[in-house]
Write a protein that binds this ligand. Structure first.
Ligand code: 5RP
Length: 231
């Protein structure tokens, strides 16, 4: 199967999971990216079961609305039974690198409110040690260079994300992204806490403190369901 076919497979599997486990009238948390898009497309057939969705990016909001989903502000709701999103990497404990699409801050906020984080991914995303994929960090623009120095001291290589035109990539929140190359992340929770504490960091794309509860992993032989114990 191609990677696109695997994404469609897990998108459908996530829609089936949500339809089977989430009560009618609930609000669904929805992530960002090409795999999350497959989930949105698959869930559209049963959208009338749900009160609406909370979105993790402007791009996801547009896609949800194109299917007729009501998009709710997170401030309007008390709880989210489930959050479904892709990942750039996921390890054996359910810790992830996210933010390849630049939506890491809103993704982390919506995920933090959810009861169950369902990660949807294909086998290329599963790793033993996080860090082969550059680790995104959303930063307030005036802190870009100071944070870059801290990244270098940590042993990583800071690369400011740019658009196709070479201009700085600007997030939905008006900030920039530094992608950190060259890290082997042995202790994702500790690194998440360390980078979060740097002044000017809005969000680090390590999702370890609030990792996935479940991964629906697309493989050539079907969808594998992996559960992770969480405290
Ligand atoms: C966006 C993300 C995405 O979930 C991640 O980049 C995976 O994307 P895709 O499903 O397109 O491979 O974190 O900020």
């Amino acid at each position: 199967m191609t990677q696109d076919e695997l994404k469609q497979l897990v998108g459908q599997a996530a829609a089936d999971y949500v339809n089977a486990n989430v009560p009618e009238g609930a609000v669904i948390g929805v992530g960002t990216g090409s795999t999350a898009n497959c989930f949105i497309d698959a869930l559209a057939a049963t959208k009338h079961r749900y009160r609406g969705a909370v979105s993790s990016s402007l791009a996801t909001t547009t896609r949800l609305q194109s299917h007729g989903f009501k998009v709710l502000d997170l401030n309007e709701i008390d709880s989210l039974p489930v959050y479904v999103d892709g990942a750039d990497e996921i390890d054996h404990s359910g810790a992830m690198i996210k933010g390849g699409g630049g939506a890491l801050t809103r993704e982390k906020i919506v995920a933090s409110v959810s009861d169950v984080f369902v990660c949807i991914a294909d086998t290329t995303k599963r790793v033993d040690v996080l860090g082969q994929f550059p680790l995104p960090v959303e930063v307030v623009p005036m802190a870009r260079t100071a944070i870059g120095r801290r990244v270098t001291a940590l042993g990583g290589v800071p690369v400011v994300r740019v658009t196709k035109d070479g201009a700085p990539f600007i997030t939905d929140n008006g900030n920039e992204i530094i992608d950190i190359k060259g890290l082997k992340i042995g202790d994702p929770r500790a690194l998440e806490a360390q980078i979060n504490a740097w002044p000017g960091v809005v969000t680090v794309g390590l999702f370890a403190g609030r990792g996935a509860n479940l991964c629906l992993l697309g493989t050539d032989t079907g969808v594998e369901t992996i559960q992770y114990p969480r405290d």
